[in-house]
Design a protein around this ligand. Structure first.
Ligand SMILES: C[S@@+](CC[C@H](N)C(=O)[O-])C[C@H]1O[C@@H](n2cnc3c(N)ncnc32)[C@H](O)[C@@H]1O
Length: 273
């Protein structure tokens, strides 16, 4: 890959991302489902999932609501191939995986009841462009649903150094690569600036009380494998140093005595009618 479309593209397309997306979905879906229900997904007919990755979320959506037609779009053909393999048309007739750019889908205006974007916007320098495109393809009154990450929300009872400080340390350097580790708190303002109405935030607390510790630890292992080098290069330190700090997070969630929590945000808004 010579030219990157965005700074974190290599990490998003790294094989470790497949495990990251699998474990994240396993942890988060049970918390999201009641929110999706309250937001009216049972009544929607047509929607899109932008930056769908390996289809973990889109697949769960149509398994839950089989009459919902979901167009799942991603830039990276590698993830889409896995998504299609895991969700054959015969079993998921209302789900399509398509290659494309969330900044310019080429789809008709005013066509969709909902657009979802999960774990994507923090990594993109041009959030406003994706939000404008989402608004264009939504019907008037249609729902935008964003799962926004904010790494200040990693609250871990780590031994010794507070290992979540890794993300505070990494934040300025990753910002140079177009990644905003504190995007979660900004999403409310960004949706309003893009012209969405009824903008609402629901915090998601993924923690050692509501999530199996093994899954949490597995996810952190994938984060380490995918991001230790990236963060180390950005900070100009050896990768082993950053791996050790991820290991401290993993150690914490595996210790029955210790509590760990990952706070994320569902931010939703409606296109004006
Ligand atoms: C962390 S993954 C999230 C996958 C999925 N939304 C989930 O929650 O499991 C981010 C995905 O966004 C995709 N992506 C990044 N920029 C994109 C763009 N401009 N258009 C379409 N997909 C994009 C990446 O290829 C990657 O698969």
């Amino acid at each position: 890959m010579s030219e990157l479309e965005y700074g974190q593209q290599r990490q998003m397309e790294d094989p470790s991302m497949i495990g990251t997306l699998r474990t994240q979905a396993a942890m988060i879906w049970p918390l999201e489902l009641p929110i999706l229900g309250r937001l009216g997904f049972a009544n929607f007919e047509q929607m899109a999932d932008l930056g769908c990755g390996t289809g973990e979320f889109a697949g769960r959506l149509v398994a839950q609501w089989p009459s919902l037609r979901v167009r799942a779009l991603d830039m990276y053909e590698g993830h889409l191939a896995l998504a299609r393999e895991a969700h054959p048309q015969a079993d998921y007739p209302s789900l399509d995986f398509v290659q494309g750019d969330a900044r310019d889908t080429g789809w008709n205006s005013n066509g969709l009841d909902a657009v979802t974007i999960r774990h994507v916007l923090h990594a993109l320098p041009d959030v406003d462009v994706v939000l404008a495109e989402s608004k264009r393809i939504l019907k008037p009154g249609g729902l935008l649903y964003v799962l926004a990450e904010d790494y200040a929300g990693l609250i871990f009872d780590t031994p010794g150094e507070k290992a979540e400080h890794l993300f505070f340390d990494a934040m300025p350097a990753l910002m140079q690569h177009g990644t905003n580790l504190f995007h979660g708190r900004a999403a409310h303002r960004e949706l309003r600036a893009a012209g969405f109405e009824d903008v609402h935030v629901e915090p998601l607390v993924i923690d050692t009380s509501n999530t199996p510790r093994e899954t949490f630890a597995e996810m952190l292992g994938f984060w380490r494998d995918g991001y230790a080098n990236f963060i180390a290069n950005a900070l100009g330190v050896p990768a082993e140093q950053i791996s050790k700090r991820f290991e401290s997070l993993r150690y914490t969630v595996l210790d029955e005595d210790r509590y760990a929590c990952w706070l994320s945000f569902v931010v939703s808004g409606r296109k004006p009618s």
